[in-house]
Write a protein that binds this ligand. Sequence first.
Ligand SMILES: *[C@@H]1O[C@H](CO)[C@@H](O)[C@H](O)[C@H]1NC(C)=O
Ligand SMILES: *[C@@H]1O[C@H](CO)[C@@H](O)[C@H](O)[C@H]1NC(C)=O
Ligand SMILES: *[C@@H]1O[C@H](CO)[C@@H](O)[C@H](O)[C@H]1NC(C)=O
Ligand SMILES: *[C@@H]1O[C@H](CO)[C@@H](O)[C@H](O)[C@H]1NC(C)=O
Length: 356
Amino acid sequence: MAKFNIPTCLTVLTFMISHLKMINAGSSYSFSFQSFDKNPNFQSNIALYGDAKVVGNGSSLQLTRSVSSSAGRVMYKQPIKLVEGISGNMVSFSTNFSFLMSPDDGDGLAFVLVPGGFYARMFNNSPFGLNLGSEKSSPKFVAVEFDTKRDAEYGDLNDNHVGIDVGAFVSVKVRNVSSNDMVLNSGKRLHSWIDYEAGSKRLEVRLSQSGDMKPIDPLLSYPLDLSNMWNDESVLIGLSSSNGNSSQTCFLYSWSFKLRHVPQWMHSEPLDPQAFAKRAKPVQVQKKSDCILKMLAAMIFGSACGALGAFMVLYLWTIFGNRRPIVPEECSVHPGDFEYKKVKVVVDKAVQDGKH
Ligand SMILES: *[C@@H]1O[C@H](CO)[C@@H](O)[C@H](O)[C@H]1NC(C)=O
Ligand SMILES: *[C@@H]1O[C@H](CO)[C@@H](O)[C@H](O)[C@H]1NC(C)=O
Ligand SMILES: *[C@@H]1O[C@H](CO)[C@@H](O)[C@H](O)[C@H]1NC(C)=O
Ligand SMILES: *[C@@H]1O[C@H](CO)[C@@H](O)[C@H](O)[C@H]1NC(C)=O
């Protein structure tokens, strides 16, 4: 019995130990800005482009000015990785921010994930001023747009929608915010939460009036495998806004971002086995596991031998050491007698029968 259980136990233990190490090794990457000036973290980690500037003594970030063709963006300088190079662990993230847009038909605001080489300084006429290269080369980006202009070119639903864009400004999933009794450009503060879960490979977007609790039901939920899309490329995150021909202004009041490292064993089945193979473990990790495995094997083998030895001693002692009969005296019969009586009866009967 022990023979079958030991390898299973070993595998589970080794597995747990190696993964606990990986969880600890994953450095966490997070920030939270409730204001935008005194925080030294803000100064060193945040880059402002275009018309973006700190206003109101650091209480907010203004992305667009009240003039036509204004555009601005804020980017976190440190790139992130959605798949960790050596361990191949996937990464989940959560971000939330509060914003305000004035009642004009500008493009609105977008939370963006762009390639690490993105030239953040450049703006063009694309929605949110995002200059992502030629359309033909299908740029790699993900945007969650808070769109206040109905742009027929991109098949927009109306002038009050939230959409998820993957590689193109025609949203893969869109929600009419009017049906949730909210107006993106009402001039009131709103709060949005965007969560990417690497385990379930899902992007969720939530929206509420500023000060309200995080809604339970997402406004949008879309299956998206960001780890497959980016592999171990570095990705930049930011918020971008442009007002086109309007004089819409856009303000940001807070912005938080948090990365979570998902250990390998929590992943669901990979959709693309080749992509999974590319993230094969290096030999180094294997060596450490081997060493632990050998140590554990020695320990468990030793314990098993000890237990087996003790059991043998007890067993032998029971058989040879204790010579008293095992069956209680009164229950024992003399089988010989019994057999004899039985045979005698049968014989007698047969003899009697023969007499007739
Ligand atoms: C900014 O702070 C200064 C000094 O604390 C104060 O005098 C000024 O009124 C403030 N301005 C705004 C827009 O809050
Ligand atoms: C936004 O995220 C930060 C960091 O995860 C968190 O501390 C904060 O409570 C969140 N804000 C809201 C309104 O949920
Ligand atoms: C959006 O929702 C509002 C309110 O429910 C509705 O009046 C409007 O027709 C909807 N727009 C579209 C394009 O579905
Ligand atoms: C602004 O309006 C002009 C004329 O209506 C148009 O040609 C141009 O494309 C518009 N620009 C943007 C960014 O919408």
